[in-house]
Design a protein around this ligand. Structure first.
Ligand SMILES: NC(=O)c1ccc[n+]([C@@H]2O[C@H](COP(=O)([O-])OP(=O)(O)OC[C@H]3O[C@@H](n4cnc5c(N)ncnc54)[C@H](O)[C@@H]3O)[C@@H](O)[C@H]2O)c1
Ligand SMILES: O=P(O)(O)OC[C@H](O)CO
Length: 338
């Protein structure tokens, strides 16, 4: 790793996999700081559009991309072969299908997940999925987490990201690669805790949205978020008991941004449910993916052998997957809060 041509950033052989909002935001950041960014997306028309007009036609369309530094393609093998560090930013529900095209090994790569979800059928977080299915050593796995909406990256509003890996050098290299005028970065070794926090905060954001849609006010939302923080802490402590400060920005910070922000996909999805939309109609309304919808179901399988009280996740499950009345379920949940 060294300075890039303008001497202002770093150079890592790095690539981003994904064509949505977060992948686009990460490519924008990395092309500020790196000479070269590989970028895979599945949509050939979008690739042509980006090369010609320097904008993603579907996501963060206002962002002008520095395409002279970006190698954008639908050829996943090419992107993976060229890179040492690969960031995955495909919604968890589509990760396995996206990887079907991959024929080159990942074992010798440094694999970072920017995905905040659980892999369907496998019922594991993304880091574990790459370890189990692609034989990526745990030391080569990292995650990029923290309270950061792609839309605010597009606006270059100051944001903070946490790069976690059990190999300090990889976390630190990624943190340097992502740091720019509007992104501050820090490192961590808590790859499990930060990933689970990001999965859970999406479910709690759905709950916040549902309650907002039902007409609950700020006073109640604050109590919901306090209870969600405790639920998150109980869960993470149980699945990966190490010393951590749950009030850190990759844990509580991410919960707060997703529960309160106007940009939150999960909160928006939940708000629609609270207002009476069906799951199907809420999905059709959104051009984007609310990860919490999938996580609500999958976290149940992850925790089935664990004795952890998770009243908020259970309430969201009842509403989304058992068709229970949101008003009644949230009223019953509210009785359990303190
Ligand atoms: N958007 C953010 O601000 C943000 C921030 C941090 C992390 N993340 C995480 O990044 C990941 C990607 O989220 P996003 O916000 O970029 O998603 P998005 O909703 O912006 O984009 C959806 C992506 O999924 C693809 N897709 C949609 N339907 C598909 C299908 N049927 N098969 C295959 N692909 C399909 C689309 O082509 C697009 O690339 C998620 O895990 C999310 O939690 C998002
Ligand atoms: O708030 P959401 O649901 O759009 O999630 C996006 C990011 O995870 C926020 O950090």
């Amino acid at each position: 790793m060294g300075k890039n041509k303008e001497g202002k950033g770093t150079h890592l052989n790095i690539a981003v996999v994904g064509g949505g909002s977060w992948a686009t935001a990460l490519v924008k950041i990395l092309s500020e700081t790196n000479d070269y960014v590989g970028w895979w997306m599945r949509d050939e028309e979008a690739v042509m559009h980006i090369k010609r007009y320097h904008h993603n036609p579907k996501y963060l369309t206002g962002v002008e991309l520095q395409t002279e530094r970006i190698d954008v393609t639908t050829d996943l093998d090419h992107i993976v072969s060229e890179a040492d560090y690969i960031i995955f930013a495909v919604p968890s529900a589509f990760l396995k299908p996206a990887l079907e095209a991959l024929t080159v090994p990942l074992e010798d790569k440094v694999v970072f997940s920017a995905i905040k979800g659980i892999v369907p059928d496998e019922n594991v977080i993304v880091g574990e999925f790459f370890f189990n299915k692609y034989r990526v050593p745990i030391e080569n796995i990292g995650v990029i987490m923290g309270p950061c909406h792609a839309e605010e990256v597009a606006l270059e509003r100051l944001s903070y990201l946490t790069c976690a890996s059990q190999t300090e050098e990889y976390a630190s290299n990624m943190a340097k690669a992502l740091a720019c005028d509007f992104i501050k970065t820090s490192t961590s070794d808590d790859i499990y805790g930060t990933e689970y926090a990001a999965v859970l905060k999406n479910i709690y954001s759905l709950a916040a949205g549902i309650c907002h849609g039902l007409g609950y006010g700020d006073n109640f939302q604050a109590v919901l978020v306090s209870n969600a923080t405790r639920e998150m802490k109980r869960f993470i402590k149980n699945v990966h008991p190490i010393k951590r400060d749950i009030t850190g920005s990759a844990y509580l910070g991410d919960l707060l941004v997703t529960a309160y922000s106007q940009f939150s996909r999960n909160r928006l999805f939940g708000t629609m449910i609270g207002k009476g939309y069906t799951v199907r109609s809420a999905m059709l309304e959104m051009n984007m993916v609310a990860e919490g919808y999938y996580a609500t179901k999958l976290i149940k399988s992850v925790k089935k052998d664990l004795d952890i009280k998770m009243p908020i996740s259970n309430a969201v499950y009842k509403i989304l997957y058992e068709g229970k009345n949101p008003k009644k379920v949230m009223a019953a949940l509210a009785e359990k809060f303190s």
